[in-house]
Design a protein around this ligand. Structure first.
Ligand code: 4AD
Ligand code: MG
Length: 463
C-alpha cells in the first residue's frame, strides 16, 4: 500500500482525485443495486466518510465482514459525490478488515438508544454520535482553557492529588491508606495508629488544588491548576460526581472585582473558542439534545453577566411568589432551584452572586466589614446553576486564625497556609470552574454522567 494515511477529517479537505487510505470503524452499511455504501468514522470529526464499493471490486468474503462496528482500512480515490449530503466520497479499490463485529451481539446496532443504556456500555458509547461530539468538545474546551491562561501570563502548576489538608473544610474526603482495614494497628488507647500508615498520618484525595495554588500565586503572581478533584459527598444528583475536573486560577494582588472580571472573560473566551472550532458538534447538540444551545452561547458571548448580592438574591427569591422545595431565608444555602431561577427567570443570562453569609462558606474567604458576609462569588448559569465558585481570600493572619477556630478546624495542619499570611501576605483571589458543569452548559446534556468519559458516583466506579 503506497497511499497516504489520512484522518477522515483531513480527507474531507484533500484534493479530488487523491489516492488515499482511510481507517476507522463502520457506522453503517447500505447495499443498493450493484453498489455498497459504507459510513466510515474514525472520531476525527462528526461526519463520516462515505465509501463506495462497486460490485465485484472486493471479494465477497471481505464484503460479508463489513458490518456495523467492524474496523477496516479502505484504499481508493477521492471523488466528487453525486449525491447530496457530502461533497466528496471515497471510491474504493481495496479493503482490509482489521476486526469484525457480530451483528447479533454488537450493542450499537440501531439508532435510538437511551443515554442511560449507553452509560452502561461506556467502552462502546464513545463510538456513537452523541459521545463522539461530547468528547471532541471536551478536548477543545480543555485546549481553550490552557490557551486563555497561557496568553495572559499565568503559570500552570500541578497541585497534588494526595493531600493531608481539607481545602473546603467540609470533611467530604476519600481516605488514602494502606492499612489493613480488617485489623488496623492500634495505639495503647485503642485508636487507629495512623503513624503506621503509608504517609505517617491520615491522607486523602484532594477536593481542590486551591490551597497549594495560593502558595504558587504568592510567588508567581498568576497561576492556575487544572486536574481531577474528588468529593465523597453522597449526593446522587444529575450535577454531582465523586471525581470531577476543576480548573482553578489564583491571582496575587486581585480583589473580588478583578476576580469576577476574569471569570467572565474566561467563560466568554472558551465559549467563543468552541463556537468557532466545534461548530459541527455543537450543531448536533442543538438539533438533538437542547434546542437553545447555540442561541444561548452566541448570546452569552456578546452580553454582560448580571450581578447581585446574596442578600438581594434572597429577597428576589422571597418575593417571586414561587413555592420552593427548599424555603428561602437569609443564611440558607442557595439550592439548584434557586440558582436556576435567578439565572433563568430573573437575569435570563449568567449572573454572579456575591457576599454570601460567612457561616455557609469556607474558612478561607475574606470577611467583609459587616462581619457577617464574605467576599464569595458564585457564577450561576441557566439550566445548570452554579458553574464557578470563588472568592477573595482572607489575607489577614489574625482574622484567618479566628475563622479556622470558628469553623471548628484544627489550625495545626494549616500551619503553612497561615505562614503565607505571616511572610509577604498580599490580597489575592481565585475561583474554580467545574469542567463537567461547563460541558453540561455547552452541550445541553442534562446528566453530568454523560459529559465525563467514566463517571464515578455513589455505588458506581465501573470501567
Ligand atoms: O464551589 P467549589 O466547592 O469551590 C472550590 O472548590 C474552591 N476551592 C474553588 C476555588 O476557589 N479555587 O467548587 C468549584 C466548582 C463548582 O462551582 C462546580 O462547578 C464544581 O466545582 N463542582 C462539582 N462538579 C461536579 N461534581 C461535584 N461534586 C462538584 N462540586 C463542585
Ligand atoms: Mg461552590
Amino acid at each position: 500500500m503506497t497511499a497516504n494515511f489520512l484522518s477522515v477529517k483531513a480527507a474531507f479537505s484533500a484534493p479530488v482525485g487523491s489516492e488515499l487510505t482511510l481507517r476507522g470503524w463502520v457506522r453503517s452499511r447500505r447495499d443498493s443495486k450493484g453498489v455498497t455504501f459504507i459510513e466510515l468514522n474514525d472520531g476525527s470529526r462528526f461526519k463520516s466518510m462515505q465509501l463506495v464499493v462497486d460490485a465485484g471490486t472486493i471479494p465477497d468474503e471481505t464484503l460479508k465482514q463489513i458490518t456495523t462496528g467492524s474496523s477496516l482500512a479502505a484504499t481508493g480515490t477521492l471523488v466528487e459525490s453525486p449525491a447530496k449530503g457530502q461533497a466528496v466520497e471515497l471510491k474504493v479499490a481495496t479493503i482490509h478488515i482489521y476486526g469484525g463485529a457480530d451483528p447479533q451481539t454488537y450493542p450499537l446496532q440501531k439508532k435510538g438508544h437511551t443515554l442511560e443504556f449507553l452509560r452502561e456500555i461506556s467502552h462502546l458509547r464513545v463510538r456513537s454520535n452523541t459521545f463522539g461530539a461530547a468528547f471532541r468538545l471536551r478536548n477543545a474546551l480543555t485546549h481553550a482553557i490552557h490557551m486563555f491562561f497561557q496568553e495572559r501570563e499565568f503559570i500552570y502548576v500541578h497541585t497534588p492529588i494526595v493531600t493531608t489538608s481539607d481545602c473546603e473544610g467540609a470533611g467530604q474526603m476519600f481516605a488514602v491508606s494502606t492499612l489493613n482495614m480488617h485489623q488496623p494497628p492500634r495505639t495503647d488507647d485503642g485508636k487507629i495508629d495512623w503513624q503506621k500508615d503509608f504517609f505517617g498520618k491520615p491522607a486523602f484525595l484532594t477536593v481542590s488544588g486551591q490551597l497549594e495554588g495560593e502558595i504558587f500565586a504568592l510567588a508567581f503572581s498568576k497561576v492556575y491548576t487544572f486536574g481531577p478533584t474528588f468529593r465523597a459527598e453522597n449526593s446522587n444528583t444529575p450535577r454531582h460526581l465523586a471525581e470531577f475536573w476543576m480548573v482553578e486560577p489564583e491571582m496575587a494582588f486581585y480583589e473580588i472585582e478583578d476576580n469576577m472580571r476574569l471569570a467572565e472573560d474566561f467563560l466568554k473566551y472558551t465559549i467563543r473558542y468552541v463556537l468557532e472550532h466545534c461548530r459541527e458538534d455543537l450543531e448536533f447538540f442543538n438539533q438533538f439534545i437542547e434546542k437553545s444551545v447555540l442561541a444561548t452561547l452566541e448570546h452569552v458571548a456578546q452580553s454582560d453577566f448580571g450581578h447581585i448580592t446574596y442578600t438581594d438574591a434572597v429577597s428576589e427569591l422571597q418575593k417571586s411568589g414561587k413555592t420552593w422545595e427548599f424555603p428561602v431565608t437569609w443564611g440558607c444555602d442557595l439550592q439548584t432551584e434557586h440558582e436556576r431561577f435567578l439565572s433563568e427567570e430573573i437575569f435570563k443570562k449568567p449572573v454572579i452572586v456575591t457576599d454570601y453569609p460567612k457561616d455557609i462558606k469556607a474558612f478561607y474567604m475574606r470577611v467583609n466589614d459587616d462581619g457577617k458576609t464574605v467576599r464569595a462569588m458564585d457564577v450561576l448559569v441557566p439550566r445548570v446553576g452554579e458553574i464557578i465558585g470563588g472568592s477573595q481570600r482572607e489575607e489577614r493572619h489574625d482574622v484567618l486564625t479566628q475563622r479556622l477556630h470558628d469553623s471548628g478546624l484544627d489550625e495545626k495542619p494549616y500551619w503553612w497556609y497561615l505562614d503565607l499570611r505571616r511572610y509577604g501576605s498580599v490580597p489575592h483571589a481565585g475561583f474554580g470552574l467545574g469542567l463537567e458543569r461547563m460541558m453540561m452548559y455547552l452541550t445541553g446534556l442534562k446528566n453530568i454522567r454523560d459529559v465525563i468519559p467514566f463517571p464515578r458516583t455513589p455505588g458506581n466506579a465501573e470501567f
